[in-house]
Design a protein around this ligand. Sequence first.
Ligand code: ADP
Length: 324
Amino acid sequence: MPKQENLFRPQTLNDFLGQKEIIKRLKIFIYSAKKRKTVLDHLLFYGPPGLGKTTLAQIIANEMGTNLFVVTAASLEKIVDIISILGQLNAGDILFIDEIHRLKKEVTEILYGAMEDFKVYVTYKSEENTKAITMNVSPFSLIGATTNAGYLTAPLRDRFAITFKFNYYNENELSLIAKNIAKLFNLTFDETCYLEIAKRSRFTPRILINHLKKIYDYAIYKNLKEINYFQLNKAFKYLKIYRYGLNDEDILIIKVLYERFLNQPTSLETIASCLNENVNNLKIINEPFLVMSSIIDRTKRGRILTKKGQEIYQKIIEEDNGLN
Ligand code: ADP
């Protein structure tokens, strides 16, 4: 079985499924940059985690025939950290900074000059005097990735030529990705399985891949070479991956709303205290998906289980999917 996440990453723009609008525009920019023999403009990738931002950055580097350097904002603690990275870049290289909205102010300020005219401006202050030093950087492209484009400073945002917003994937796109990845495993699925795996992947390729890895482990454990729809559902049950990709925590939230507060708007704090959970965990991890899937509604007076949410809960109970 392939071990590293990299093995699951498509390598060319044509292999990358989904995000059609982004791919269409990128093809033009890449073609034009190559024709003009210039570096690619700086790009900002914006969207939830697991949708392919890093993967696409690697593909762009492949297509441009350059190197990709991947760093997270958290690893760029000091000015010297960013200067050191910039100093390693060769002409045309791509620097990918993940979670770029988390960069410190002084590190961001170094980037302004580097992005604008490939120069780094540093000021050294000592007791006697202040020295300004300018350093040249090889022409490079910056790809910034963020889940919160609104947190970027305006001068940083303005230095990106284009912002690409990554959207969640639909079931057909995820089914195709599942099919492609299944080929990398020594395992055969019935055709109907791909859509079911897609449906439980919360619109996100990373989640889909994690499901496939777990199903693969399950298949080894059960000594299965082929998986049909029935066996897949058994695997999901065993792995506690419920309909719509709900997990145990989601189910508990739905359960509280159904069994204790049906048709009664309830604050997140109340739900959290019923579950002995931290409110922020519910707010950041569980609620966005439940709202997006129209399972709960966020009203001014509190959270309420929708009709769809009620039906889902009843179905899950019927299936006896291992609720506590
Ligand atoms: P992000 O940087 O947005 O958090 P990644 O690029 O790390 O997401 O993608 C997470 C996983 O999902 C990787 O294993 C990647 O190969 C896979 N993936 C993401 N988008 C696609 C896609 N469009 N086609 C195939 N696999 C994808």
